[in-house]
Design a protein around this ligand. Structure first.
Ligand code: FES
Length: 106
């Protein structure tokens, strides 16, 4: 597993969800009540980018068909989604956000 710098905390001032890439993995980053989380970037229903979705009380709502995922766990919670999101470890170093992904992109 390898840690990658993916964002600065200040970037969340523009949006609570950011689209990023690390080690060949497309990610969605979220800031929820001061904690940063990372999931796979695309919805498990039809592959739409979650970065265009709405963060509501710890959940990301997919912009396409309103599928809901719990951000902290990636768990599919409602709407047409039944497969969970992959989640990735996050570390904060000063103002820099790091995400850990496997070298093969897993
Ligand atoms: S693509 Fe996300 S709910 Fe359909």
């Amino acid at each position: 597993m390898t840690w990658h710098p993916v964002a600065d905390l200040a970037e969340f001032a523009e949006s609570p969800v950011l689209a990023r890439e690390a080690g060949g993995v497309a990610l969605a980053l979220y800031r929820v009540e001061g904690t940063v989380y990372a999931t796979q970037a695309h919805c498990t229903h039809a592959g739409v980018s979650l970065a265009g979705g709405e963060v509501v009380e710890g959940y990301i709502e997919c912009p396409a068909h309103y599928g809901l995922f719990e951000i902290a766990t990636g768990r599919a919670q409602g709407g047409p989604v039944c497969r969970d999101l992959a989640i990735y470890p996050v570390r904060i170093d000063g103002a820099r956000v790091w995400v850990e992904v496997a070298p093969d992109g897993a």
